[in-house]
Design a binder for this molecule. Structure first.
Ligand code: HAS
Length: 555
């Protein structure tokens, strides 16, 4: 096995900061384990292999799966990872204010999650993870979601406090790249969540308590997607942090360009939010002109991902050539394929290539008509957030958990990590691959298993549905293995010291312009873009509101 070099001057995170990160990451994997079991049941149900009992319906577990995977696993993991990285790159600890805010955020998020899970399992919130009105859940579901989001805001304030503390003591210096990226991610999150906060506080909570009778559905969906698209970059950016900052160190290379990496994150802050209408291209009530504006901006938000692809190839090639590689692709063979930390992240990147192409297909107005509301979209998000992002998070966990608990990543666990990545990829190939094919055949998303009274079109989907269910089974095995690795790495791995890899910038890279860290400039541009893209459409949806809709319980 070829393990990459380790950092002799590795900084260890102190116990207080470690405990905070660990608390977040363990809740993340608890949610992941439960959600994975529901995912298996869904696949089997759609494949016609089981039928859900009346006391636990398909749509109930679909809601639990979406909320626990998409909102709880991701948010808890991200906050835990970012706190750990900030502590690691700002000297090994967190200021007291940051830690206190971190714990307050954890408690709020935990209480919010518990409320949501209770609401779903008692069948009072079977509204799926997008909780589209006019499906109406118990108010406690929306209040739980609010607590989850407010908790993550407070955790973000903790990160801003740690960043402010570092800058006060290092005037005139660029902040460490990891910390800069963590702050960018949480700033993006603060902007994004304004949409869902407005939807939940001003529309859904008063409506579900019965204080108002009806809801403006198109406005609620618009506010949801104001949040829903930057949400996907809130998931993606922590994976990009690992690719930019951790990957180079793991393979023994250097960060290609500090300035490019920072520019990428700034572009995401600017362009992530004013694009939400690409989720509503087929919805009435929004003019084609405004949809066009959002589609153009969507194509622009692809640019920072292309820059990331370029930067990753540069990092790999530089490393390979430093090891004597020749020819166009000789560097490929020099990469440390036996190192699970590298292998998992590389596979995540590889998956992001078709995932990104699928995103561009979705965003193209004409092609969206073919795929919208089909299970193609479900396939798309399983290879973006469910693979490119999740597999990166798994790869981070292999070394981060032992780093936090004072243990070692052993060769045995390293091999299991590689197996886990292979299993996850194989399962996803069957499941998400079938979902893409089924979507093109017209199979809808958000539906329980049915053959629509043996309609020939629906019967033709069945072999693919079964293949998807087999993929789901393999994914479940990979999930069980992952949870096993998490438990072992946290509680049972041999005591020792595990590196928290942080890359250094290539000496050949150009200097980083100071403008990249002038937040007032970027926040002003971001606000202007959001106002330009959403100001008039939201005003129009309020002033020329369609008839309000009373709540429905469709389950
Ligand atoms: Fe998406 C729907 C468009 C990226 C997640 N998306 C969704 C939904 C989710 C989601 C959850 O325009 C469903 C929401 C729902 O429930 O309805 N998406 C895009 C576009 C991008 C994109 C343009 N999506 C993501 C990411 C996600 C995510 C990232 C999660 C993390 N998406 C859409 C649209 C819809 C949509 C429409 C609505 C569909 C509908 O009608 O409902 C872009 O950001 C993608 C850009 C990415 C790239 C790839 C760059 C590649 C890199 C890897 C380099 C690899 C290396 C290694 C170096 C251009 C960086 C390679 C090695 C080799 C040897 C090759």
């Amino acid at each position: 096995m070829k393990m990459a070099q380790t950092d002799a001057h590795d900084i260890r995170i102190d116990r207080d900061a470690s405990n905070l990160s660990l608390a977040y990451i363990l809740v993340a994997f608890l949610a992941f384990g439960v959600a994975a079991s529901f995912g298996l049941l869904q696949g089997l149900d759609r494949g016609g292999m089981i039928q859900m009992p009346s006391w636990l319906t398909y749509y109930q577990i679909l809601t639990a799966h979406g909320v626990l995977m998409g909102l709880v696993f991701t948010t808890f993991f991200i906050v835990g990872f970012l706190f750990a990285g900030i502590a690691r790159t700002t000297g090994g600890s967190l200021p007291v204010s940051a830690r206190n805010l971190g714990w307050l955020g954890w408690w709020l998020m935990f209480v919010g999650t518990t409320m949501d899970v209770a609401a779903i399992l008692t069948n009072n919130a079977t509204v799926l993870y997008t909780f589209y009105a006019p499906m109406k859940a118990t108010p406690w579901f929306y209040i739980g979601a609010t607590a989850l989001i407010v908790g993550s805001w407070i955790a973000g304030y903790g990160m801003f406090a740690a960043y402010g503390h570092w800058r006060k003591n290092h005037r005139g210096q660029h902040s460490p790249l990891f910390t800069f990226m963590a702050v960018s991610t949480m700033l993006l999150w603060q902007i994004a969540t304004l949409g869902v906060a407005a939807e939940v506080l001003l529309q859904l909570i008063p409506w579900s308590f019965g204080w108002i009778d009806t809801v403006n559905v198109v406005l609620s969906r618009t506010l949801f997607w104001f949040f829903g698209h930057p949400l996907v970059y809130f998931w993606l950016l922590p994976a990009y942090i690992a690719w930019y900052v951790i990957m180079p160190k793991v393979i023994g290379s250097k960060i290609f360009s500090d300035a490019l990496a920072r520019l990428v994150f700034i572009l995401f802050i600017l362009l992530s939010t004013p694009v939400g209408f690409h989720h509503q291209l087929l919805e009435p009530g929004i003019s084609d002109g405004w949809k066009f504006v959002h589609v153009v901006l969507t194509m622009l938000v692809v640019v920072p991902s292309m820059m990331t692809a370029f930067s990753m190839f540069a990092t790999f090639e530089t490393y390979g050539r430093s090891q004597g590689a020749t020819g166009l692709f000789g560097w490929f063979k020099k990469l440390p394929w036996g190192d699970a930390r590298f292998f998992s992240m590389f596979m995540a990147m590889l998956w992001f290539v078709p995932a990104g192409i699928g995103g561009i297909i979705n965003a193209s107005n004409q092609l969206n008509i073919v795929v919208h509301n089909t299970i193609w979209v479900t396939g798309h998000f399983h290879i973006t957030v469910g693979t490119a992002v999740a597999v990166t998070f798994f790869g981070v966990s292999y070394w981060l958990l032992p780093h936090l608990t004072g243990r070692k990543l052993t060769r045995g666990v390293n091999s299991l990590g590689i197996l886990q990545t292979v299993l996850w990829s194989a399962g996803m190939l069957f499941m998400a691959g079938s979902m893409h094919a089924l979507g093109l055949m017209g199979a809808p998303r958000r539906t329980a298993g049915t053959t629509y009274n043996n309609d020939p079109t629906a019967l033709a989907w069945m072999p693919w549905q079964k293949l998807a269910a087999i993929g789901g089974g393999i994914l479940f095995a990979a999930a069980v293995l992952m949870v096993g690795i998490v438990i072992y790495q946290t509680f049972f791995a041999p005591k020792g010291e595990e590196e928290f890899p942080i890359g250094e910038v290539d000496e050949a890279a150009g200097p980083t312009p100071g403008i990249l860290e002038r937040w007032p400039v970027w926040l002003t541009v971001a606000t202007a873009l959001v106002v330009a893209a959403y100001g008039y459409p939201i005003y129009d949806l309020i002033v020329n509101a369609p008839p309000g809709v009373p709540g429905m319980r469709t389950w």
